[in-house]
Design a protein around this ligand. Structure first.
Ligand SMILES: Cc1cc2nc3c(=O)[nH]c(=O)nc-3n(C[C@H](O)[C@H](O)[C@H](O)COP(=O)(O)OP(=O)(O)OC[C@H]3O[C@@H](n4cnc5c(N)ncnc54)[C@H](O)[C@@H]3O)c2cc1C
Ligand code: FES
Ligand code: FES
Length: 1486
C-alpha cells in the first residue's frame, strides 16, 4: 500500500519546507509502515491507514460488536469510555504484564500498536459474566448502566493487577479499592457509589493475608499471566475477620438495629401473598459464593410450551425453559432476608497476554491523509530528526491535553507524533540503592506515565526518607492529579510543556529547583532551569524544534535542614484541576535562619509563579518566629494582589488560599524540623477513612415476588456492555448524522447565516433551519408553546439552535456545523434573578398561596402578633443533570405513508410523538416514538429531549434517509437546561417561644429564555416552602423570571428541594435569632395530624415525620454525637464539625397538571405462557421496568422471568404521561394491575378447571383454544387529587398531592477552616416508602438521590461569563460528587414500625401494593450536608468573634463560600476591594 502523503501545511516557524517536503523523505526512509497491529479482546487485529482523526474510542465504537464502551464526555472526565490496556511491565526485569485503565476518548489510536486492548465485552457476557460484572449487578451497583462498563473496567484493572503471577499471590485491600484513587476517574450519577464499592470489596483478600486461596490450579508456563483468585474462602462463614462488603454489612459486623415485623398494611391493592412468618428475625443479608448459584423459583424458572401446530399438540410435552436467569440476576430471599449467591472467581478464565506480543518489535509508523498524519517514532534519534525536519509537528504523550484541545478548541494538528512508545522518554531507570544514597538528584524520563512516577516517588521516599521529601510532595500532588485513567498515560513532559498556570506538578518542580533537559538536532542536550522556563501564559523557553527528554530533580544533601511540601485546593478533592495549587521549600541554617526559600503557586497568575517579594522578605529571617509568619503573609499579598475582576474569578478566595496554604506550610515545616511547639491542627488536612454503612436489608412484608430485592432486570446486560442505548443501535442503511449549529451569543440579532461553507466540506449532505418548516410549526414547548425549534431572527441564549448540518459521520457533521458563518448584532443580556427583577423581566405566572389572615390581605395583622420577626434573602444555585448518556435520537423513516420510527433518549414518548408529528405534518398514528432505556434522565429528558428528535425528523423527511444525533457533553449542557436557580425574599414572624405565626415570601426562579415547566416548578417550590412545619398565616408569591440563559427545566425534586431549603433556612435564622436549639424549634412547629398545609391539604394520620425523626434520632445517636461535636469544636482551632437532623415531606402526583395523573398498560399473554408487558413509563435506571414486571408476576401468579418488557413506545401505549414526578410506579403500576385483573378474570374458569397452581402456559393454552382474548389494556387515573389554585374552601378543596413520601436525614461533617475543604463523616437516612415493591431499588434511589442532593448543596456550581456564555460545560469545570465524596459512614433504613416497635399501617395510602414514590423525595436530604456545614462554619464564626447577624450561607456551600464565611484574620487580610462598577469574572445566576 502507498505511504501517506503528508499535509502541505506551512511549517511554523517558517522553514524552507512545507510538511510534505520536509517529511516525505523521512516517511519513505523510516516510517514505512502504515499499519497498527494490536490485539483486542484476545483477537489479533491489523488496521491499515485508519482515519487519522480517530481516537481509540472512535475506533472501538465503530465496531458493531463493541458498543459497551461509552462516550460520556470526550474529555477524560467521566470514565464511561474506560478500557484496559494489557502491556508488558517495563520497570520489571521479568516477563510481567500490567493492566492500565485508560480513557479511550483521549487515547490516540496509534498508541495501541503492540498492545492488548481489553473492552468490557472481552471479560464477560450475559451468558458468562465476569465475577466483577455479576457482583456489581447482583449488589445493585448499576442503575441506568451508562457508567457501568467504565467502572467495571477500572475495577478489572485493579483486580488483575492485584495478582502477582510470580508469587501466585493475590492482594487486594479496602484501602486499594477506596483510597488509592483507582476509581477517581469514574463518575456515576445514579447509584451513590456505595453498592459499587461493596461489590468491589467482595474481592478483598486481606483475610487470606495476601495468599492465593486456591493454588491447585497454578498456571502452567504457557499461562503465566493468568490471575487466580478463589473467593470461596473470602465469603462469609470463613474464619477471617474482614468484611465481605455485602449489603447490610457482613455477618461479622453484627446485626443492624431495625426490628422485624410480620404484619402487612391494608392497602387498595393489598399484598397478595405474604411470605413472612411471625418468627422472622432481622438478620443481615447473606452473601455466598457458589459454582452454580441456585435461583429462586418464585423469580425464575418459567417454562413455556412449544408453538401450537395443531389441536393435537399436547400441553407440556416439550417444555422450553428460558435462559433469562443471567439477564435477570435473581436474589433469593428467606424470611425477608436476601441471600445473594455469587459465581466463583474461577482461575484460568482471564484473558492472557497474547504470546505473539512478547515478541513484538515496535517499528516506526505513519498513517493519515493529505490533511492530517500520525507518526510514531520508536527511538529518540528518530524523534529528534523528525522535529528538526518539521518543528511544528505536535508531540503527543498521554494526549490528555492535546486531545482536549482537538475536541473542544478544535485545534487541527496536521502532523502529530506519538512519543510515548520511545523507551528513552518513557522509562525512568532508578539508580541502585547505593547510588541513590549519594545521589544529589533524581533524573526522570520526561514521558514517564504519572502512575509509574507515583510508584517511583514512593519507592525513593521509602529508601531515602525525609531527604526525599520533595518526591513525597510530588507524589501527593500526583495522587490528586486528574483521574487514574489519565495518570496511567499522562506525563510530566506534557504537564510542563503545556505550561498551564494551574498545573499541579510544575509548582513542585519549580520550588525544588529542578532543571529540564531538552534535546534538539543542532545543540544536543539543552539545560533549561525551571525557574526561567515559564515566560508568559502558556509560553515557555522550550525551542520549537526541541523535545523534553528528562527532568532533573535535586535531592538535598544529608546535612541540609530542608523541608518541601505541596498543597492543592480544588472544588472536588479527586480528579479536579486546582483553584490554587502550591509547593514550598525552605532551607534553614544551623541557627534556624532562612538560607533559601522558594514559595511557588499555581492559579494565581498567568504562569506558575514564585512569590519573589515573599522570598526576599524571608531570606535571612528566623523561620520559627510568628513575626516572620506575619511578614511573609503580608509579602504574599503583595506578590499576588488579585483584582476583583481577575480572570477565573474567586479573587478573595484565591488570595485567602495563598495565605492559608503558606500558613499550613509554616506550621508543618516547623513541626518537621522540630523547631518548637506548633499547632498541629493547622497542619492536618481533611482525611478520608474507608467508607462503611448499612442498608437495613430486611422486608417483613415481602411476598412471593413483590417486596423482594430483585436486582434491576437489565443489570447484568449493563455490566457486560450488552445493554443497548440509542447510540449503540446498529448503523442503519444510508444513515446520516446531525451536527447542530449553535449560537455563540447569549442575546443578539441574527444578521446573516451563511451555511454554504459547511456544504462544501467532505461528507456533508445538507442543512436545515427555520426555513425548512413553516413559521407556525417552528414552535414548541412543554406547557406553553413559546420557543422556536430553530432561531427565527434573534438568539436568546448561548447555545440556541440555529440550524443543523447533516453528514455521513458524526465528526464530519460536527466540523461542518462549526463552518456555518453567522453574523450577530449584540443585544444586552439579562442573566441573574436580580437583573430580571430590576428589568421587570418575568413570564406570566401569578400563582400565590394564602392561608389564615393572608386570605383577607391581613398579613400586617399576622406580623403584628409576632414577638420576633426575621427576614432575609436566600439564594440557591441550579444544577446540571449530568446524566451520563447525553441526549440522543435516531429517526428511521419507513418510506411508506410518512411513517417513522423515532428512537429517542426521552422520558416523554407522547410529546416526542406529538412534536415530530407537528414538524413533519404526519399524523401521530404514523409516528412511533420509542425508548428502550435511558442512560439517566433525572427530569432533564422530560421535555428538553423533544427538539432533537424533531430536527432529525425534519431532515429524515427531507432526505428520506435515517438520521442520528448524539450531543457532545458541552452541547448537552448548553442546550438542555438545568435545575432552576432560585431566590427567596422572605419574612417570618414567631412567638418568643418559637411558634411560627406568620410567613411571607416572594420566591423567584430563573426560567431562562422560555417557560418550559418553570411555572410548575415554582408551584412545587412554594407548596414545599413549609417543609414539615405548620404556620397559621402564610402568603407565598411565586415569580418566574425571563432571562438570557438556557431554558431551565425539570430536575429530580422539581422545585421542592428549593422550597424546603428555604424553609430550613428560615428555621435556622429563627433558632439563631431566638437563641433556641434548632431541633427544639423544629419539633415545636412540626405539623400535627389534622392541620392544613398552605394549600389546604389536611395532614392525615399517615403522618410519620415525627416518629421518623425520633427513630432516626435514636438510631443515629444524635444527641450523643451533637454533644461530641460541640466538644470537638471547643478544642479545635482549625477544624470544625457540624451535625443536623432534618425532616422532609414530598408531595406525590403531577400536582397542577391533573391530566398527567393517568397511565396505560398493555399485557399480552402468548399461548405458551410467556407475557409481554408494555406500559407508559420509561426506564432510566430507576428500576421501573423491574418493579412493573414484579407487579405483573405477582398479580398473574407467575415467575418473574416469564414477564418481558421490550421498550416503551407510542404504538403500544398511546398518550403516556412523561415518566416523572416520582409517579412512574404509582401510575403505571396501577395500570399494570388493572390489566392483570382483567386477564385473571378471564382465566378464572381455567384456574378452576386446571387447579389453582396450574402454570400460566397451561391456562393460557387452554384459554387460547377457547378463543379467549389474552391481551388486556389496563388503565388507571389517580383519584382524589385535583387541587385548583385559589380554591380556599376547606370543605371542598381537593388535595394537591395523593400522599406525602416522608423521611429524615442526619449528617455530620468536618470542615478544614484554612481551605474550606470538607468531608461527610456520617449520614443516616430513614424513609417512609410504604410497602416497598423492591427494597433494593428503593435503597438505591435513596442513596443516589442523597448524593445528587449533596452535590446540589455543596459542590455543583453553574457559572456564566458576564456576557452570558456558559462556562461550566463539562466534567472539567462542573463537578458532581465522586466515589470519595460519599459519607464515610452511610446508613439507610426504611420506616417500618411505630415508636413501640409495632408494625406501621398506612390508612390512607391507595397506591399500588401500598408503596410510595421514592425517586425524588430523598434528594432534599442532601441538604443535611449543607446545614451541617453551616453549623460547622457557624462555630468557626463564633470562635472568631463574628456575629451571625446578617450572615447567610447561600447554596451551594462550595469550599470558597465555606472558607470565606469563617471570618478569620487570614481571610480579612486577603480581602479584595470591589471598585465601583466592577463585575466578577463569573456570574452565578440565582
Ligand atoms: C480530565 C483531565 C483532568 C486533568 N487534571 C489535571 C490535574 O489535576 N492537574 C494538572 O496539572 N493537570 C491536569 N490535567 C492536564 C493534563 O492531564 C496534564 O497536563 C498532563 O500532564 C499532560 O500530559 P500528557 O502526556 O497527556 O500530555 P499531552 O497531551 O500528550 O501533551 C501536552 C503538551 O505537551 C507536549 N509534549 C508532550 N511530551 C513532550 C515532550 N517530551 N517534549 C516536549 N513537549 C512534549 C505536547 O506537544 C503538548 O503540547 C488534566 C487533564 C484532563 C483532560
Ligand atoms: S467519555 Fe472518556 S472520560 Fe468521559
Ligand atoms: S448507573 Fe451510574 S450513571 Fe447511571
Amino acid at each position: 500500500m502507498a505511504l501517506p502523503t503528508p499535509p502541505t501545511t506551512a511549517a511554523v516557524p517558517p522553514r524552507a519546507q512545507s510538511a510534505a517536503e520536509a517529511l516525505t523523505p523521512l516517511i519513505e526512509s523510516t516510517y514505512t509502515s502504515p499499519e497498527i497491529i494490536f490485539y483486542i479482546n484476545g483477537r489479533k487485529t491489523t488496521l491499515s491507514n485508519p482515519n487519522p482523526h480517530w481516537t481509540l474510542l472512535d475506533y472501538i465504537r465503530a465496531q458493531p460488536n463493541l458498543k459497551g464502551t461509552k462516550l460520556g464526555c470526550g474529555e477524560g472526565g467521566c470514565g464511561a469510555c474506560t478500557v484496559v490496556l494489557q502491556v508488558p511491565e517495563s520497570r520489571s526485569e521479568k516477563r510481567r504484564v500490567k493492566h492500565l485503565s485508560v480513557n479511550a476518548c483521549l487515547f490516540p489510536l496509534v498508541g495501541i500498536d503492540g498492545k492488548h486492548v481489553i473492552t468490557v465485552e472481552g471479560i464477560g457476557s450475559v451468558d458468562k459474566p465476569h465475577p466483577l460484572q455479576e457482583r456489581i449487578a447482583k449488589l445493585h451497583g448499576s442503575q441506568c448502566g451508562f457508567c457501568t462498563p467504565g467502572i467495571v473496567m477500572s475495577l478489572y484493572a485493579l483486580v488483575r493487577n492485584a495478582y502477582d503471577p510470580e508469587t501466585k499471590k493475590f492482594k487486594l485491600s479496602e484501602r486499594d479499592i477506596e483510597l488509592e484513587g483507582h476509581l477517581d476517574g469514574n463518575l456515576c450519577r445514579c447509584t451513590g457509589y456505595k453498592p459499587i464499592l461493596q461489590a468491589a470489596k467482595t474481592f478483598i483478600t486481606e483475610d487470606l493475608k495476601g495468599k492465593l486461596a486456591d493454588e491447585s490450579t497454578a498456571p502452567d508456563d504457557a499461562k503465566v499471566d493468568r490471575e487466580v483468585l478463589d473467593l470461596a474462602q473470602t465469603g462469609c462463614g470463613s474464619a477471617s475477620k474482614g468484611s465481605c462488603g455485602r449489603p447490610g454489612g457482613c455477618c461479622r459486623d453484627g446485626p443492624s438495629d431495625s426490628s422485624s415485623s410480620d404484619s402487612i398494611s391494608p392497602a387498595s391493592t393489598p399484598p397478595t401473598e405474604p411470605t413472612s412468618t411471625p418468627d422472622d428475625e432481622n438478620i443481615p443479608a447473606v452473601v455466598g459464593v457458589a459454582k452454580e448459584p441456585q435461583p429462586d423459583p418464585a423469580l425464575s424458572g418459567a417454562t413455556y410450551a412449544p408453538p401450537v401446530k395443531s389441536k393435537e399438540n399436547k400441553l407440556g410435552e416439550t417444555e422450553i425453559k428460558t435462559a433469562t436467569t443471567l439477564e435477570a440476576p435473581l436474589s433469593e430471599s428467606r424470611h425477608g432476608v436476601p441471600h445473594v449467591q455469587f459465581l466463583e472467581y474461577v482461575p484460568g478464565t482471564e484473558l492472557i497476554f497474547p504470546s505473539a506480543l512478547w515478541k513484538y518489535e515496535p517499528r516506526p509508523l505513519c498513517y493519515g491523509n493529505g490533511k492530517k498524519i500520525w507518526l510514531r517514532p520508536t527511538t529518540l534519534d528518530q524523534l529528534i530528526t523528525l522535529k528538526d525536519a518539521y518543528p511544528s509537528a505536535k508531540l503527543v504523550g498521554g494526549a490528555s491535553e492535546v486531545q482536549v484541545e482537538v475536541r473542544f478548541k478544535h485545534s487541527d494538528f496536521a502532523v502529530s507524533v506519538y512519543v510515548s512508545d520511545i523507551p528513552e522518554l518513557r522509562e525512568t531507570k532508578l539508580p541502585s540503592d547505593a547510588q541513590l544514597v549519594s545521589a544529589s538528584e533524581l533524573v526522570i524520563a520526561a514521558n514517564t506515565p504519572l502512575t509509574e512516577l507515583e510508584t517511583i516517588c514512593k519507592e525513593v521516599y521509602a529508601k531515602l526518607g525525609k531527604r526525599a521529601m520533595v518526591l513525597e510532595a510530588l507524589r501527593k500532588q500526583l495522587r490528586y492529579f486528574a483521574g487514574r485513567q489519565i495518570r496511567n498515560v499522562a506525563s510530566l513532559a506534557g504537564n510542563i510543556a503545556t505550561a498551564s498556570p494551574i498545573s499541579d506538578a510544575n509548582p513542585v518542580l519549580l520550588a525544588s529547583g529542578a532543571t529540564l533537559v531538552a534535546r534538539n538536532k543542532t545543540k544536543g542536550a539543552i539545560a533549561l532551569p525551571m525557574s526561567e522556563f515559564f515566560v508568559a501564559y502558556r509560553t515557555t523557553t522550550l525551542p520549537p524544534d526541541a523535545v523534553l527528554t528528562h527532568i532533573r530533580l535535586p535531592i538535598p544533601s544529608h546535612e541540609a535542614r530542608e523541608v518541601s511540601k505541596a498543597y492543592k485546593q480544588a472544588k472536588r478533592k479527586d480528579d479536579d484541576i486546582a483553584i490554587v495549587t502550591s509547593a514550598f521549600r525552605v532551607r534553614l541554617g544551623n541557627e534556624g535562619y532562612v538560607e533559601d526559600v522558594c514559595l511557588v503557586y499555581g492559579g494565581m497568575a498567568p504562569t506558575t509563579k514564585e512569590a519573589i517579594k515573599a522570598k526576599q522578605t524571608l531570606l535571612g529571617k528566623k523561620w520559627f518566629n510568628s513575626e516572620t509568619l506575619d511578614v511573609a503573609l503580608d509579602a504574599l499579598i503583595k506578590d499576588f494582589d488579585l483584582p476583583y475582576t481577575v480572570p477565573g474569578g474567586m479573587a478573595h478566595y484565591r488570595k485567602t488560599l495563598t495565605l492559608s496554604l503558606f500558613f499550613r506550610f509554616w506550621h508543618e515545616s516547623a513541626a518537621e524540623l522540630g523547631l518548637g511547639e506548633v499547632d498541629n491542627q493547622a497542619i492536618d488536612e481533611i482525611h478520608r477513612a474507608i467508607s462503611d454503612g448499612i442498608r437495613d436489608d430486611y422486608n417483613p412484608n415481602e411476598q412471593r415476588v413483590v417486596g423482594k430485592q430483585v436486582p434491576h432486570l437489565s443489570s447484568v446486560k449493563q455490566c457486560t456492555g450488552e445493554a443497548e442505548y440509542i447510540d449503540d443501535m446498529p448503523k442503519q442503511d444510508r444513515e446520516l448524522f446531525g451536527g447542530l449549529v449553535l449560537s455563540t451569543k447569549a442575546h443578539a440579532k441574527v444578521v446573516s447565516v451563511d451555511w454554504a461553507p459547511a456544504l462544501e466540506l467532505p461528507g456533508v449532505v445538507g442543512y436545515i433551519d427555520k426555513n425548512s418548516i413553516s413559521k407556525d410549526k417552528n414552535v414548541w414547548g412543554s406547557i406553553k408553546k413559546d420557543e422556536p425549534f430553530f432561531v427565527e431572527d434573534e438568539v436568546l441564549h448561548h447555545g440556541q439552535v440555529i440550524g443543523m448540518v447533516y453528514a455521513e459521520t458524526a465528526l464530519e457533521a460536527q466540523a461542518a456545523a462549526r463552518a456555518v458563518k453567522i453574523v450577530y448584532e449584540d443585544l444586552p443580556v439579562i442573566l441573574t434573578i436580580d437583573e430580571a427583577i430590576d428589568a421587570n423581566s418575568f413570564f406570566d405566572h401569578g400563582k400565590h398561596l394564602r392561608k389564615g389572615l393572608a386570605l383577607d390581605d391581613r398579613m400586617d395583622e399576622a406580623f403584628a402578633q409576632c414577638d420576633r420577626i426575621f427576614e432575609g434573602t436566600t439564594r440557591m444555585g441550579g444544577q446540571e443533570h449530568f446524566y451520563l448518556e447525553t441526549n440522543a435520537a435516531l429517526v428511521v423513516p419507513s418510506g411508506e405513508d410518512g411513517q417513522m420510527e423515532v428512537w429517542s433518549s426521552t422520558q416523554n414518548t407522547m410529546e416526542t410523538q406529538e412534536f415530530v408529528s407537528q414538524v413533519t405534518g404526519v399524523p401521530s398514528n404514523r409516528i412511533n416514538a420509542r425508548v428502550k432505556r435511558l442512560g439517566g434522565g433525572f427530569g432533564g429528558k422530560e421535555s428538553r429531549s423533544v427538539p432533537f428528535a424533531c430536527y432529525l425528523a425534519i431532515a429524515a423527511k427531507k432526505e428520506k434517509r435515517p438520521m442520528r444525533l448524539m450531543l457532545n457533553r458541552d452541547e448537552d449542557m448548553l442546550l438542555s437546561g438545568q435545575r432552576h436557580p432560585v431566590q427567596a425574599r422572605w419574612r417570618v414572624g414567631v412567638s418568643n417561644e418559637g411558634k411560627l405565626i406568620a410567613l411571607e415570601a416572594d420566591v423567584y426562579d430563573n426560567a431562562g429564555y422560555s417557560q418550559d415547566m418553570s411555572g410548575a416548578v415554582m408551584d412545587r417550590c412554594i407548596t414545599h416552602f413549609d417543609n414539615t412545619y405548620e404556620c397559621p398565616n402564610v402568603y407565598l408569591r411565586g415569580h418566574v423570571c425571563r432571562t438570557n440563559i438556557h431554558s431551565n427545566t425539570a430536575f429530580r425534586g422539581f422545585g421542592a428541594p428549593q422550597g424546603m431549603y428555604f424553609a430550613e433556612t428560615y428555621m435556622y435564622n429563627i433558632a439563631e435569632g431566638l437563641n433556641m436549639d434548632i431541633d427544639e424549634l423544629r419539633l415545636k412547629n412540626l405539623y400535627k395530624v389534622g392541620e392544613h398545609t398552605p394549600f389546604f391539604q389536611k395532614i392525615d394520620d399517615d403522618w410519620h415525620v415525627p416518629i421518623t425523626l425520633e427513630q432516626l434520632r435514636r438510631s443515629s445517636e444524635y444527641e450523643k454525637r451533637k454533644a461530641a461535636v460541640a466538644a470537638f469544636n471547643k478544642t479545635n482551632r482549625w477544624k470544625k464539625r457540624g451535625i443536623c437532623l432534618v425532616p422532609t415531606k414530598f408531595g406525590l402526583s403531577f400536582a397542577t397538571a391533573l391530566h398527567l395523573n393517568q397511565a396505560g398498560a398493555y399485557i399480552k399473554i402468548y399461548h405458551d405462557g410467556s407475557v409481554l408487558l408494555h406500559h407508559g413509563g420509561t426506564e432510566m435506571g430507576q428500576g421501573l421496568y423491574t418493579k412493573m414486571c414484579q407487579i405483573a408476576a405477582q398479580e398473574l401468579g407467575v415467575p418473574l422471568d416469564s414477564i418481558y418488557t421490550q421498550d416503551s413506545q407510542t404504538y403500544q401505549i398511546a398518550n403516556a404521561s412523561p415518566t416523572a414526578a416520582s409517579s412512574g410506579s404509582d401510575l403505571n403500576g396501577m395500570a399494570v394491575k388493572n390489566a392483570c385483573d382483567q386477564i385473571n378474570e378471564r382465566l378464572a374458569p381455567y384456574r378452576e378447571q386446571l387447579g389453582k397452581d396450574a402454570p400460566l402456559r397451561a391456562l393460557a393454552h387452554a384459554a387460547y383454544l377457547d378463543r379467549v382474548n389474552l391481551a388486556a389494556n389496563g388503565f388507571w387515573k389517580m383519584p382524589k387529587v385535583g387541587y385548583k389554585w385559589g380554591d380556599t374552601n376547606w370543605d371542598t378543596v381537593k388535595p394537591m398531592y395523593y400522599y406525602f413520601t416522608q423521611g429524615a436525614g442526619c449528617t455530620e461533617v468536618e470542615v478544614d477552616l484554612l481551605t474550606g475543604d470538607h468531608t461527610v463523616l456520617r449520614t443516616d437516612l430513614m424513609m417512609d416508602v410504604g410497602n416497598s415493591i423492591n427494597p433494593a431499588i428503593d435503597y438505591g434511589q435513596i442513596e443516589g438521590a442523597f448524593i445528587q442532593g449533596q452535590g446540589l448543596f455543596t459542590m455543583e456550581e453553574t457559572l456564566w461569563t458576564t456576557s452570558g456564555q456558559l462556562f461550566t460545560k463539562g466534567p472539567g469545570t462542573y463537578k458532581i460528587p465522586g466515589f470519595a465524596d460519599i459519607p464515610q459512614i452511610f446508613n439507610v433504613s426504611l420506616l417500618r414500625n411505630d415508636l413501640d416497635g409495632k408494625p406501621l399501617t398506612w390508612h390512607h395510602l391507595r397506591s399500588v401494593q401500598s408503596s410510595k414514590g421514592i425517586g425524588e423525595p430523598p434528594l432534599f436530604l442532601g441538604s443535611t450536608v449543607f446545614f451541617a456545614l453551616r453549623e460547622a462554619v457557624k462555630a468557626a464564626r463564633e470562635m472568631n468573634g463574628q456575629g451571625l447577624q446578617g450572615w447567610e450561607l447561600d447554596s451551594p456551600a462550595t469550599s470558597e463560600r465555606l472558607r470565606l464565611a469563617v471570618g478569620d484574620e487570614i481571610s480579612r487580610k486577603a480581602q479584595v476591594v470591589r471598585r465601583e462598577g466592577e463585575k466578577a469574572f463569573f456570574v452565578a445566576v440565582a
